[in-house]
Design a protein around this ligand. Structure first.
Ligand code: AMP
Ligand code: MG
Length: 487
């Protein structure tokens, strides 16, 4: 018996209906020969999808935007954004579609979104397509982030389209199916505000509250409460990035969510040698989005969100500005608290009477790591062994072991808990050389390195024999790493 598309999953079209001014009905470009490269079976199950239903031809049609399930109203979303500080009034989904929302097994609504599904009216000069390498990169890194416990959009599948796409060379085309608690961005609010349509701005905020910040609806001032909730979510998120050494690479306001999930894995990278100035993106010459600048960049973006929200905060602009400025003040406090607590946990220390000593230890170890160009991830993991009395592995990472010894004596005096450390300091992250190796193999048709890397990074804290190479820093021959966006 042939299944109908509806039996795969029931779609809602809340965004398309409630925010029609920002939702352009569109459909996917035909994929000549779709082939499933990777499917996230646990995620499919959590969405109530039968993984088998996504393997067959109807499933592949759905995952490439060629089959529009009943209830789905595929749209390209309009948004604006500041890119590297410059305002672009009309960005929008140039190569993506929101199929609609579905309810997961807990009844929570999530967006199902296709990236690489063909040109839309927002495409400008772009071809509307995506290629296998970068879509698998998003799959790997987003799933690694999720496994690290960091809020993020998820990756359900990558399907090769069977079409060759012109980049620097011809590359196999692909579509990524992305699942997110929503695709509302700071840039969505900038777009709504710029239309001058206050009713649209209000509907957008109501939609965001309904989907992400239900508690704000009960507040005395729901829009202000929503703004403050976004500030808190983003402060916590960026603190998490910093704690694992993640460099997003393109923190434009169109790439910052309202939900507080990480989105748009383009030129991102995990830092190896600790360096606040670490920057990988080939187009970020000034280091605007360098590792150590990320909290400032987030705060800057939230100020742009504040500007977009002003008419909802107060009828009187001066008073609206005062409310916004006051709320923004919480960013640094929330960020610092999250970062300090996270750093203490990385050192196996809990907050309490030794807070001052802990914060001095954090400051001092970061200086040692920077001066010694020590691998950030491996150091903290090896420090867990040092808490159990085996300090050699950590100690040997420093060109000046005496400096480490002096620091470690102070640290040990506070009684670090190695088990706490092993729960927060990952063994396996998607290291740049491993990601590149997996993508190059997959682009050439060999998916095994991808599956092996995924296996390591989706259980990042669970050290397993045989996976040593996934825990090691890049060989020197890998050189200095550059990443590219918009591919
Ligand atoms: P990003 O840097 O990926 O966040 O994308 C910035 C903007 O460029 C968004 O509006 C994208 O939809 C658009 N874009 C990126 N790549 C393409 C492409 N190949 N074709 C059409 N639009 C694109
Ligand atoms: Mg983007």
């Amino acid at each position: 018996m042939s299944r109908t598309a509806e039996s795969i999953v029931a779609f809602n079209g809340h965004f398309a209906r409630e925010l029609a001014e920002m939702a352009l009905p569109w459909k996917g470009e035909e994929a000549p020969n779709p082939e499933l490269l990777v499917l996230n079976e646990p995620l499919a199950a959590s969405l109530g999808l039968d993984p088998a239903s996504l393997h067959d031809s109807e499933g592949l049609q759905l995952l490439t935007g060629n089959l529009v399930p009943q209830g789905a109203t595929p749209v390209a979303q309009a948004y604006a954004g500041h890119q590297f500080g410059w305002y672009a009034p009309r960005l929008g989904d140039g190569r993506a579609l929101l199929l609609g929302e579905i309810a997961d097994v807990d009844g929570r609504l999530v967006d199902v979104h296709l990236k690489g599904s063909g040109r839309t009216p927002f495409a400008r000069n772009g071809d509307g397509r995506a290629v296998v390498g970068p879509m698998l990169r998003e799959y790997i890194v987003s799933e690694a982030m999720h496994a690290l416990g960091i809020p993020t959009t998820r990756s359900l599948a990558v399907v090769a389209t069977g079409r060759s796409v012109q980049r620097e060379s011809l590359q196999p085309g692909a579509v990524l199916t992305r699942v997110a608690s929503s695709h509302l961005r700071v840039g969505s609010f900038q777009y709504a505000r710029a239309t001058g349509n206050l009713d649209l701005l209000r509907r957008l905020a109501d939609h965001a509250i309904a989907r992400h910040y239900a508690a704000a609806a009960e507040a005395e001032h729901p829009y202000l409460a929503m703004f403050q909730a976004v500030i808190a979510a983003q402060a916590e998120l960026v603190a998490q990035w910093m704690l694992v050494g993640f460099v997003h690479g393109v923190m434009n306001t169109d790439n910052m969510t309202i939900s507080g999930e990480t989105i748009d894995y383009g030129p991102c990278a995990f830092m190896e040698a600790f360096d606040p100035a670490a920057v990988y993106s080939s187009i970020d010459d000034a280091g605007r989005y360098a590792y150590g600048n990320q909290p400032l960049a987030a705060e800057w973006n939230l100020s742009r969100l504040a500007e977009a929200l002003l008419p909802l905060l107060h009828d009187d602009e001066e008073q609206a500005v005062a409310l916004a400025v006051d709320s923004l003040g919480a960013f640094r406090r929330t960020y610092s608290a999250a970062w300090s607590a996270g750093m203490a946990a990385k050192l196996g220390l809990s907050s309490g009477p030794d807070d001052e000593a802990t914060s001095a230890l954090v400051d001092d170890v970061l200086v040692l790591l920077r001066e010694g160009q020590v691998d950030y991830t491996s150091f903290f993991r090896r420090l867990g062994a040092a808490a159990r009395g085996q300090a050699d592995a950590a100690r040997s990472m420093f060109p000046d072991p005496a400096g480490f010894d002096a620091w470690a004596a102070r640290w040990r005096a506070l009684g670090p808990d190695a088990d706490v450390m092993d729960r927060v300091n990952p063994v396996y992250i998607p290291r740049n050389h491993l990601v590149e190796e997996a993508l190059a193999a997959a682009t050439g048709g060999d998916l095994e390195p991808l599956y092996r890397l995924l296996d390591a990074v989706v259980s990042p804290f669970d050290e397993r024999p045989g996976l040593e190479r996934f825990a090691a820093a890049a060989p020197e021959s890998f050189g200095s790493y550059r990443t590219f966006c918009g591919t």
